[in-house]
Design a protein around this ligand. Structure first.
Ligand code: ASP
Length: 309
């Protein structure tokens, strides 16, 4: 049987020991472990990498600690606008949504776009009309209310500042993602986010943009990113990693390091990514102090971490 594995992230940023209580730390690690188990148990049953990344990301979306789904940050208007994308390495199918509101699991809506529309990316009102047509429930704002997130927004409300969840004073970090390799050697990537606090003008980040925050191709790798979205868009970061593997033949970890530690930094961007290839090799790279991350593999290894080692 081919090896299978799954890796996840829950955001990268100014994460240092000392700024977190033992209680908070174990709550984050528990959130990561639950998400890994949700994806891994599907892979063990023979499910596809696509199903596994959706299950893992949906689990993180349901956890209020992360900036996605239930834990999404506030926009300048005091709403929650969420972005999500999924891509499978087989056939390079993809689906994405941007600026959706009231959807419990935006990643499932992105999957629905991939499976039941002729499009890749649906945004705003159109995406909501599609959700309605596909019988997705719309939850009230109270489901997404979180006092921490509200306080974060109050700090900068009315200003022109938009704030990356990763660098805020209460150190609540966010965007979530998963990459997986299934028993058939197929790979997939999924990313979901509430974006940046106080965002306006219909701002959309890198997460739902194929090639920027999310990318998968069985021939190279599957990638999910987190960080300052504008830089990840300009750097076409997820695709850039795949390009290094495809055109220069470098190993996955070197490709990730080249893109995150050099090319993204040269642009001025901060953040990180997770990547996997069809051999089930997992790579992490981040140029911040930490990144919520973890993997579980069929060789029995199970790893979760927050800080730079
Ligand atoms: N990349 C996300 C965005 O710019 C934010 C994040 O990773 O937390 O929307």
């Amino acid at each position: 049987m081919q090896h299978f594995s799954i890796a996840i992230h829950g955001g990268a940023g100014t994460l240092t020991r000392g700024m977190m209580t033992a209680e908070k730390e174990s709550a984050y690690l528990k959130g990561l472990q639950e998400a890994l188990n949700a994806g891994y148990s599907l892979l063990a049953e023979g499910a596809s990498a696509t199903e596994a990344v959706v299950a893992a990301v949906a689990s993180l979306e349901d956890c209020p600690l992360f900036n996605a789904g239930k834990g999404s940050v506030f926009t300048a208007d005091g709403t929650h606008e969420m972005d999500a994308a999924i891509m499978e390495g087989t056939g390079r199918n993809a689906g994405a949504v941007a600026m959706v509101t009231g959807i419990k699991n935006p990643i499932r809506l992105a999957q629905e776009v991939m499976l039941h529309s002729n499009h890749v990316l649906l945004a705003g009102e159109g995406a909501m009309a599609f959700a309605k047509q596909r019988n997705f429930e719309t939850l009230p704002p109270s489901y997404f209310f979180n006092q921490f997130r509200f306080d974060q927004w109050q700090e900068i409300k009315g200003s022109d500042r938009i704030q990356l969840d990763h660098t805020q004073s209460d150190h609540k970090f966010g965007t979530v993602g998963a990459v997986a390799c299934d028993q058939n050697g197929a790979i997939a990537a999924a990313t979901s986010t509430g974006g940046m606090t106080n965002k306006k003008f219909g701002r959309i980040g890198d997460s739902p943009l194929i090639g920027s925050g999310t990318y998968a191709n069985n021939a190279t790798c599957a990638v999910s990113c987190t960080g300052s979205g504008e830089y990840f868009i300009r750097g076409a970061v997820a695709y850039d990693v795949a390009c290094f593997v495809e055109h220069l033949g470098v190993d996955l970890q070197s490709a990730c390091n080249e893109v995150i530690q050099k090319r993204l930094l040269d642009l001025g961007g901060d953040g990180g990514l997770i990547a996997i290839n069809r051999e089930g090799m997992v790579s992490f790279s981040f140029n911040t102090e930490g990144m919520y991350r973890g993997y579980r593999k069929s060789d029995g290894t199970f790893y979760t971490a927050i800080y730079r080692d």
